[in-house]
Design a protein around this ligand. Structure first.
Ligand code: C5P
Length: 225
């Protein structure tokens, strides 16, 4: 990567959905294209960072200059993150499934004529953002989470920041009227320990660039311009 304001910084980024198997051919998942996380990875690499992108299943190619680790489940995502430490910065942009199937079947579940549909029992998945934020050893100096909210955006994101133990939360309003979900534009608020910053309506790519610039400024404010 050469020079750049993030040279010498190692950044771990999670992106995409996770897939939680029900049986060998079926899974539970969140809807996520992975675009925002991949855009952040690419923007960070352009600023000279060493980037490890831990991604659930997506259709996106590895951004240039980024180490891509592909995973399927939340538990695999957490292991891949832990194996990627130490890192200076962690950015959790993945849409992790909150639950997984308690015992996924080894063989494909079969429809049995006349029998009731199978019941699926769920158990909680690890929270990757909260886990990284609370590490005793190797906690990244800056941990950033995302919060997609449909109402009381600032209030909910502020309490999420505290609950998860992360340093920053990038909050956005995804209520249907905004068109953010599946769209190209995003209005975000950056929640930090010292308050909130309201960013203008921006393409998601520009949100990624602004976020990594903001991170670079955080680490070396003197060089900020
Ligand atoms: O609680 P909620 O899912 O809204 O929090 C969103 C933030 O938490 C995102 O940064 C997401 O990547 C992270 N997260 C996680 N592991 C989970 C659930 C959410 O890292 N199991």
């Amino acid at each position: 990567p050469g020079g750049g304001p993030l040279k010498g910084k190692r950044i771990l980024i999670t992106s995409g959905p996770t897939h939680e198997p029900i049986d060998p051919v079926r899974y539970l998942a969140n809807r996520s294209s992975g675009k925002q996380g991949y855009a952040i990875a690419q923007a960070a690499a352009r600023l000279g960072a060493e980037v490890i992108l831990v991604s659930g299943p997506t259709n996106l190619p590895a951004p240039p200059g980024v180490t891509l680790k592909r995973v399927e489940t939340a538990r695999e995502m957490l292991s891949a993150c832990e194996a990627s430490l130490p890192a200076d910065i962690a950015i959790c942009a993945a849409a992790v499934a909150d639950w997984r199937v308690a015992t996924d079947a080894e063989q494909k579940l079969k429809k049995q004529p006349g029998e009731a549909a199978p019941a699926i029992m769920l158990v909680e998945n690890p929270d990757i953002l909260a886990t990284l934020s609370h590490l005793q050893k190797n906690r990244p100096a800056l941990v950033v989470g995302f919060a997609a909210e449909t109402e009381k955006v600032i209030e909910h994101a502020t309490s999420k920041r505290q609950r998860k133990g992360c340093d920053w939360i990038v909050a956005n309003d995804v209520s249907p009227a905004t068109g953010v979900m599946g769209g190209d534009l995003n209005t975000v608020h950056l929640i930090t320990a010292s308050g909130k910053e309201d960013w203008p309506l921006l393409p998601k790519q520009a949100v990624a660039e602004r976020l990594v610039r903001r991170i670079a400024d955080h680490f070396s404010p003197a060089k900020a311009a």
